[in-house]
Design a protein around this ligand. Sequence first.
Ligand code: C2E
Ligand code: SIN
Ligand code: SIN
Ligand code: SIN
Ligand code: FE
Ligand code: FE
Length: 366
Amino acid sequence: MKRNSDELLTFILDSIAKIASLHEQERLLPELSHMCRDIVFAERCSIWIVNEKTNTLWTKVADGVKPIEMKANKGIVGSAISDNQSLIINDVQNDKRFNDNIDKKTGYLTKTMMVIPMKNKKNEVIGAIQVINKKEEALFTQSDLRYLTLAASYAAESIGTILLMEEINKTQKELIYRMGVTGEERSQETGYHVKRVAEYSYLLAKLYGLSEKDSQILRDVSPMHDIGKIGIADAILNKPARLDSDEMDIMKTHVQIGYDILASSDLPLLKAASIVAGEHHERYDGTGYPKQLKAEEIHIYGRITALSDVFDALGSERVYKKAWEDERIFAYFEEESGKHFDPKLISLFMQNKEQFFVIRDEFKDV
Ligand code: C2E
Ligand code: SIN
Ligand code: SIN
Ligand code: SIN
Ligand code: FE
Ligand code: FE
């Protein structure tokens, strides 16, 4: 069964590939590796790129730091790449393929490792994502593997673009980038919940009077509000009944998890995304979570996403509830105006319902 969180992650990675501006492309490699590390709760992550001319693999640890190189056919990473095979190795020190040169140099002890080859559109292996040491001495699992495989397919696409860019001049760069953006405009397959939240949020932002640019930023980042749900176990996330209070406490941690994943990035768009992930369950009257922020203490992106998200959640069937009738949603919104929701946003919503219905009809779940 495809998990909701897979769908979310697909959309998120898709968005990241799409939003990385030309200027940001250079920083993409370190950014991607931070994201991959945090997605699977690993201590470290390296993205290795194949250099066919020299038969080596290189990785860039951080912005402005010289790349590290190693022989392409050596070690666990080399073997994952030459066999085009993902590997989970939970006892690295006893694996014959392990090359401990890097450990010796860095004084770092590798215990567990997962390596996922990255392939380009022609199905050629262009490198690998390597994560090391699952946090808290845990082991890497099949679902970590699924997440990282999904990440790898997007990373490969973005990296392919960077590598290509290094060889061409500026005007061509611009052209290719635009083509890349067009190529990414195909997120329908990833489910419409996030798409609707994006469009409702954009509409609310415009109605509220935010600038076109700020409204567009919110459209790009609001779909990431629930990225932290990837840290919530299936048994809770997909429980076909009401959560008890212990389960709800765990569920609520999706806000902090999401914030932590996104706030580790320097990209301005991911910073904006971290606001949405961190504040979408705050309530206007200060009774929300996790920080009990009040009114304007809650960033406008958080206040808007809260309304879009709940509007969509109430109108949709969930494993634990049926979809609500429109009239019941409106009554709820009136009742919660100034409590859960910013009253100004509620009144803009009520006055412009038709425009929200247009979006809902356009992105109907099938
Ligand atoms: P979600 O299902 O996407 O719901 C998002 C938010 O919409 C909820 O945040 C809540 O504010 C609102 N909402 C959704 N359904 C209802 C409803 O039937 N009545 C009311 N009054 N509000 C509703 P909340 O409550 O913080 O929940 C966060 C997330 O936790 C939910 O996202 C869902 O994934 C999960 N969750 C919450 N309650 C349950 C439950 O009883 N069972 C299960 N399996 N998951 C739950
Ligand atoms: C999400 O809501 O954000 C996950 C998908 C769902 O609950 O329908
Ligand atoms: C290996 O691939 O065997 C080791 C490389 C590393 O530790 O980074
Ligand atoms: C959440 O409540 O965690 C987000 C809402 C959603 O899943 O749509
Ligand atoms: Fe949420
Ligand atoms: Fe949501």
